[in-house]
Write a protein that binds this ligand. Structure first.
Ligand SMILES: [Fe+2]
Length: 171
């Protein structure tokens, strides 16, 4: 007997796959940075990819605990080529804003159906998305301060990103 409806299980599975997509996207972005010699950005993005894996595991654990079955679906290949590091981080902030909107949609569905257990589970992700957006917005602000990410500026930026502790956001 499932604590949550099959419809909710399906929606949560959809989101689990989205977290998996995020992990793969950041993995590919990290690879591009590594190829470009941006060791700081690369390290940060590989760490962030692992953090996204912990998110999908949270969904897996909740779905199965609630009597559903966590299922991995077909995965669209994320992009792996970028024109610049600015473009890459602009893409990340857009992606995280999209993830936030998906979490918000799940919250409102849970509220409408008085599904309090799912609502409680999603609470952590509401807070997490706030942190994710703050983190990436800080990076975008740094890009704007440095203006032109070339030469020494790019070196400074890469060092800055490499020193960000992305594990701080992982719990
Ligand atoms: Fe995530």
């Amino acid at each position: 007997m499932s604590v949550i409806s099959q419809e909710t299980v399906n929606l949560l599975n959809e989101h689990l796959n989205l977290e998996h997509y995020s992990a793969n996207l950041y993995f590919n972005m990290a690879g591009w940075c590594e190829k470009e010699g941006l060791k700081g950005c690369s390290k940060f993005l590989y760490n962030h990819s692992s953090e996204e894996h912990t998110h999908l595991e949270k969904f897996r654990e909740f779905i199965n605990k609630a009597g559903g079955q966590a299922v991995m679906g077909e995965m669209k290949a994320p992009e792996c080529k970028f024109n610049s590091v600015e473009e890459l981080f602009e893409k990340i902030i857009k992606h995280e804003e999209y993830i936030t909107s998906c979490i918000n949609k799940l919250v409102s569905i849970s509220m409408d159906s008085k599904d309090y257990v799912t609502l409680k589970f999603l609470e952590w992700f509401v807070k997490e998305q706030l942190e994710e957006e703050e983190l990436f917005n800080d990076i975008i602000k740094k890009i704007r301060i440095l203006e032109d990410l070339k030469g020494r500026n790019l070196y400074t930026f890469d060092k800055f990103v490499g020193n960000l502790d992305s594990q701080e956001h992982c719990s």
